[in-house]
Design a binder for this molecule. Structure first.
Ligand code: HEM
Ligand code: HEM
Length: 230
């Protein structure tokens, strides 16, 4: 048995936020796709006697979508509010101003493209950091466009005042719907690749990657190259 050293990385708040947004995004995508194309129209067309068997209405699906919209917003506020306190919680910042960032990108890419059999050990590799950074931008975009559309049902109200500006900026409500829909697919693309990469990393490097988002720790035999970041 080789000697693995344990590195504690993710605070409980970060882990809670991660699983909350994982659930929220899954629900938002499923309900959002239904909103965009309501292939099932609830109890419309059924007699009153059988209407209750078809109670999943658009109204209900939209309520679920908006509720998880608030939950996603809460998870992101939690995630960003812990940034100042622990260095390891700032691993979502890609250090594009350093030479190591580009060296490490090349090192990781070589491994992902099957040119080298291993990459150097990282507490979080630069490609992952960059992907998370852009994912957060996409999520913020979904929140702004989502709450802007939501605000339209109460013109002059809270959300309309805060995010209403985005509607004319994107060229009207139809375009806001379109962009909200397109970005939803990019988020799902991230999720599919993310889950694959996390499991792949766990199997190939045996660093306890998957469980790190549960217990907060990863395991390395040799000191990770980006150790100064924690
Ligand atoms: C909707 C689904 C998901 C989304 C949007 C998502 C998003 C993210 C994000 C943004 C991070 C960076 C965390 C941070 O520093 O704040 C992350 C890390 C991580 N996620 Fe997920 N995740 C999802 C599902 C999953 C699933 C299903 C697993 C388990 C198989 C998983 C395992 C992990 C692990 C182990 C990390 C840490 C990896 C590292 O250090 O690079 N995630 N995820
Ligand atoms: C990851 C996050 C999200 C995803 C994947 C997502 C997905 C979607 C999708 C696919 C649609 C259908 C768009 C169309 O074709 O017209 C939609 C509609 C909508 N979403 Fe989201 N959404 C997200 C976050 C949010 C948030 C945070 C809110 C804020 C409340 C929100 C509010 C809305 C509203 C108001 C609509 C239009 C509903 C309607 O026209 O009846 N979404 N969403």
């Amino acid at each position: 048995m080789n000697d693995f050293k344990k590195y504690y990385l993710f605070s409980p708040s970060l882990r809670i936020a991660h699983w909350v947004w994982a659930i929220a995004i899954s629900m938002l995508f499923i309900t959002g796709i239904y909103i965009g194309n309501p292939f099932f129209i609830g109890n419309v067309g059924y007699s009153a006697t059988f209407g209750d068997l078809h109670a999943i209405t658009m109204n209900y699906i939209r309520l679920i979508h908006f509720s998880f919209g608030y939950i996603l917003l809460a998870a992101l506020i939690l995630r960003f509010s812990i940034l100042p306190f622990r260095k390891a919680d700032r691993l979502i910042i890609p250090k594009i101003w350093t030479k190591e960032y580009y060296d490490n990108i090349v090192d990781t890419l070589k491994n992902y493209l099957f040119i080298s059999s291993h990459h150097r050990p990282y507490i979080r590799n630069p490609l992952a950091r960059t992907a998370y950074f852009f994912l957060f931008l996409l999520l913020i975009f979904e929140i702004i466009t989502g709450f802007a559309m939501y605000g339209r049902s109460n013109p002059g109200g809270f959300w309309d005042k805060i995010f209403g500006f985005i509607i004319p900026m994107l060229g009207g409500e139809y375009q806001v719907h379109r962009w909200h829909h397109i970005i939803a697919w990019f988020i799902v693309l991230f999720v599919v690749i993310h889950v694959y990469m996390v499991i792949r990393q766990d199997i190939l490097e045996k660093d306890g990657e998957v469980s790190s988002m549960v217990n907060g720790s990863k395991f390395f035999e040799t000191t990770p190259s980006d150790i100064s970041d924690i």
